[in-house]
Every structure is written in C-alpha cells, then in structure tokens.
Design a protein around this ligand. Structure first.
Ligand code: G3I
Length: 340
C-alpha cells in the first residue's frame, strides 16, 4: 500500500488503534468506571455460543444462579457435584471476569440431610465443613461469597431457618469466621432482599445485625441488596443512598446483587419507560456511590426467566428479550453506567 498524504497516515493509525476497541458495551463502561457489572448464570449458558458471547461481551462478573446451592453442589453428605461450578470458575478465569459464590447459609435449596440435623454441634460441624471445603477449593479464584442469604423476615426478626434454630444467635459468626479462615482475601457478604431502605423494619434490622457483627469482630466485608423490584414502584433513591452511607460508615461496601425489574404484563411503552428509569437509576447509584460500585443482574434474558414462575402476571424483567436481543433496558443501563 502506498501512502501519499499525511491524512492517509492518520487514518491508518486510527485504524490500527481502533482494531482493539469495539463499540461500547455495559462491560466496557463498567470497566471504565472501575465497577463490577455482573450477571447470574446457569452452567448451561457457558456452553451455548450465543449466550456465552452475550455474557462475555457485557459483564465482568458472573454468579452461579443455582449451581452452588447446597442441594445442587452437595446432594449427599459425601457426594460433591463440582462439575458446574468448576466449569464456571474456569470460564470466568478464561474471560478475565470475577466470579462470586452464592450461597452457603440459606433456608432454601438445602439437601434433605441438612433438614435432619438435630443439635448445635452437628449444625456447626456441617456448616463449617461445607464452607471450608468449597472456599478452599476455589481459594484465590472466587473473589467474593454470599456467605449468608435471606436471614431476615419482613418485620426484621430472624427467619427460623435450620441454621438459626439449631446454632442460635451466633449462627452468622460461625459462617463468616469459617469463610475467612479458608480464604483470608475473599470478600464476605451478607445478602438479602427488601433491605435496601434505611427506615424499613428489615433494612434497619440488617444494619443493626451487621453493626453487631462488626463490633464483635466477625469478618464481614459487604452487604448485598438483592433488588428484585417492580417497575411500577418508583425507587426512593435518597433512602438507598442513605443506607449505603451508613454501611460505609461501618467500613462495609454495598452491592446491588440480584437486580431484575419485573413488569405487570402485558408490556406497553409507558411500563417499559418506568422499567428503564429503574434500571438507569440503579446503575447510576451503583456508579456514583464510592462504596457501591457493584451491580449484578439476576439473569440477562426473559427466555427461561424465573420471574413468571414466581410472580404470576409479571414478566419482561430483564434487559435482553426472549430472542436474546437487547431491549431498551440495555440502553438505560448504559446511560446509568456512563452518566450520559
Ligand atoms: O433443575 C430442575 C429441573 O431438572 C426440573 O425439571 C425443574 C422442574 O421445576 O426444576 C429445575 O430446578 C429449578 C431450578 O431453579 C433451576 O431452574 C428449581 O425447581 C427451582 O426451584 C430453582 O429456582 C431457583 C430459586 O432461586 C430457588 O433456588 C431460581 O432458578 C433462582 O433464580 C432463584 O434465585 C434466588 C436466589 O438464589 C436468592 N434470592 C432470590 C432469588 C430468586 O428466587
């Protein structure tokens, strides 16, 4: 090729430089903002070329939606089903993503033998063994863990799970200490839904619990607000920010960890606009609160979504449609992540 003018040289340089830079995506924007922008996935997603490309292009963190739940990863006390989790960890490493583990101490999706535990000693031994085995296997590769999930009821009291019932008031202490011991560098998180508002019974109970944990030296690094929300209910941005700030004052980060925004079907333009406003606002809050910087979607596509199964009459909660095409919600998240 013969380059005759300086203009042609400039064009060539631009071409070389831009061969490495494709169009902006939610992932590139999140990277620019030094934010985690993640998604919960099924193990099968990483073997599907279309789905895996969407995940790689758009997210810098993944969470196993179901694969790590007790009944799935350890259906029998002495049988571990590592294959899905191993594959996801390898996928994350190969594609330079973080991976978060979800979850150990939970009232749901436990294997039957967990329900047969009888004493505090038995419960502590099994919980510690479970956490130690998993965290040790993925030490240095899984960067954060939802150590405990959904321990509160709506009125702020503690849920009567097998773990709380048998172990008692220090049940969270046991779980967090075991996780820290197995991987001192991993980030340890307490996760729940409807805890995002300062001033709500559950939001305040979660704060008081975490404050107590910190005061007695329990190794907790962050809280996660799940944020499975309804498009028709506007978010109270100030109450969320206030809550993030009071956790920051305790030295904890906050993640929006299971975001989906469900719509009362059928969908129409105004409902879609409401939904987009929620997605944009959450991304904006996560970007602009220095101790948040983490937003994880609970699935990316309406195809096979958990929403219609669990909330009759609702759907269209995600940012890709049932054909795996981007929806306008995708652009709303882009706006929230970029501020433009
Ligand atoms: O894998 C079986 C399949 O073999 C069977 O044919 C089918 C029949 O229903 O069930 C399949 O398992 C389902 C599994 O999802 C996989 O899709 C379970 O029944 C179903 O209970 C399970 O639901 C999951 C739910 O947690 C309970 O573990 C959802 O996918 C998952 O999105 C949801 O995630 C939770 C978070 O962990 C915690 N926060 C709330 C969130 C939503 O409920």
């Amino acid at each position: 090729m013969k380059l005759r003018t300086p203009l042609a040289l400039v064009a060539l340089f631009a071409l070389i430089l831009c061969s490495a830079c494709g169009p902006a995506t939610t992932r590139t924007l999140a990277n620019k903002q030094k934010m985690d922008f993640g998604v919960a996935i099924k193990a099968g997603d990483i073997f599907d070329p279309v789905r895996s490309k969407i995940i790689i292009d758009n997210f810098n963190l993944i969470v196993p939606e179901d694969s790590m739940k007790w009944a799935n990863i350890r259906p029998k006390k002495d049988f571990w089903n590592w294959s899905d989790m191993d594959a996801m960890v390898a996928f994350a490493q190969k594609n330079k993503m973080k991976i978060k583990g979800h979850t150990f101490l939970w009232h749901d999706q436990n294997a039957p033998y967990v329900g047969s535990l009888k004493t505090r000693e038995e419960a502590i031994a099994l919980l510690e063994d479970h956490i130690t085995t998993i965290v040790t296997r993925y030490k240095g590769r899984v960067s954060e863990w939802d150590v405990a999930n959904e321990v509160f009821l709506e009125d702020g009291s503690l849920r009567n799970s097998i773990w709380y019932r048998l172990i008692g008031d220090d049940f969270l202490d046991v779980a967090f200490h075991a996780a820290r011991k197995a991987d001192p560098k991993a980030k340890l998180i307490l996760c729940d839904y409807n805890t995002e508002y300062a001033g709500s019974a559950k939001g305040d109970a979660s704060y008081e619990m975490v404050k107590g944990l910190k005061e007695r030296g329990v190794p907790i690094d962050g809280v996660a607000f799940q944020l499975h929300v309804m498009a028709e209910l506007p978010l109270d941005e100030e109450a969320i920010r206030e809550n993030i700030k009071r956790f920051a004052a305790l030295g904890l980060s906050v993640s929006f960890s299971e975001v989906d925004v469900r719509v009362r079907m059928p969908l129409d333009e105004s409902k879609e606009a409401e939904q987009n406003a929620v997605y944009e606002k959450l991304a904006k809050i996560a970007r602009t609160e220095p101790t948040a910087k983490s937003m994880i979607l609970w699935g990316f596509t309406d195809k096979g979504s958990w929403i219609p199964r669990s909330f009759a009459g609702f759907g269209s909660a995600h940012i890709f449609d049932t054909k795996l095409e981007k929806k306008t919600g995708y652009d709303a998240v882009m706006k929230g992540l970029s501020g433009k």
